[in-house]
Ligand binder design. Structure first.
Ligand SMILES: Nc1ncnc2c1ncn2[C@@H]1O[C@H](COP(=O)(O)OP(=O)(O)OP(=O)(O)O)[C@@H](O)[C@H]1O
Ligand SMILES: [Mg+2]
Length: 271
């Protein structure tokens, strides 16, 4: 694997001249459960993500991580507060195919090939197929030689790579990943983490990743958002300053382990 060049710091969102990629302002979410009962999924959440930044969200099960991500994807609307993506409404950006989304269930078309699946967004968006882009993505996610394979002929890790390639197909402005590697074994998961880190270093797309895996968050992110239990709120946001690429020298360091312990303790506390 080629090592990525050292990365510059993301833009400072506190700088009013810098445009935030994601600006979440005081959102909460109440789901009606029928018979006059409600479920309060989120407390008040504020979060900004700078352009080019990689942010990971961790938190106990059911705390509203997917709900927050779905709001960024324009798939869910906050009960109050606002979500802006590059200063715009997420629904509108979703319609313009400027958001790339990959969730735990890979949702590839079973009857289509790897190439067909990765090319699908062009068809959905009614755009002419950019075959060069599709080939480049197949290469980027390491699926060269498997272009004609159907999803069921691929391993779980390969299917996730195809999903991520598909999410990247139209060069989205924002990549939203919800537990994309949740179903993979630990070794494959670490390999996928390294690949996603490499892809991010090459494409530099603003990325928000929801994960249960503290190591994964620390291997990939510039900042880790720790949420409290339901109704989910931001418990703390931790900067992650380890140099990239974050190989074994980083993950075996005492500093890395200290941060894993610190965030794990916060998660246990948040349950
Ligand atoms: N459409 C819905 N209708 C009613 N309740 C919902 C809906 N979507 C989510 N919820 C509830 O909102 C809460 C937050 O759900 P969400 O899926 O965002 O949690 P999560 O943090 O992603 O959990 P996990 O880590 O298990 O994936 C949960 O209690 C869930 O049951
Ligand atoms: Mg979830």
């Amino acid at each position: 694997m080629t090592s990525a060049p050292p990365l510059t710091k993301p833009v400072d969102v506190a700088d009013p001249r810098a445009q935030a990629a994601v600006r979440i302002d005081g959102i909460d979410k109440v789901f009606p459960l029928g018979r006059g009962k409600d479920l309060r999924a989120l407390g008040t959440v504020d979060l900004e993500v700078a352009e080019g930044e990689f942010v990971a969200i961790i938190g106990p099960s059911g705390c509203g991580k997917s709900t927050v991500l779905r709001m960024m994807a324009g798939l869910e609307t906050p009960s109050s507060g606002s979500v802006e993506i590059f200063g715009d409404d997420p629904h509108r950006l979703a319609k313009q195919h400027r958001l790339g989304v990959a969730f735990q269930e890979h949702a590839l078309l079973p009857w289509a090939s790897v190439r067909g699946n990765i090319a699908l967004p062009f068809k959905v968006a009614g755009r002419p197929l950019d075959a060069e882009r599709v080939d480049g993505l197949i290469d980027l996610v390491g699926l060269s030689g498997f272009e004609k394979a159907r999803p069921k002929q691929l391993s779980g890790g390969m299917r996730q790579r195809a999903s991520i390639a598909r999410a990247l197909a139209l060069s989205p402005d924002l990549l939203l990943l919800d537990e994309p590697f949740g179903a993979l074994d630990a070794v494959t998961r670490r390999r996928m983490n390294a690949e996603l880190a490499r892809i991010w270093a090459e494409e530099r797309i603003t990325t928000v990743l929801v994960t249960h895996d503290v190591d994964e968050a620390l291997i990939l992110a510039d900042r880790v958002v720790v949420m409290t239990g339901r109704p989910g709120q931001v418990r703390t946001i931790r900067d992650v300053d380890f140099p990239r690429p974050r190989g074994a020298d980083v993950t075996r360091s005492p500093e890395f382990h200290d941060l894993v312990d610190e965030l794990t303790a916060l998660l246990v506390e948040a349950e």
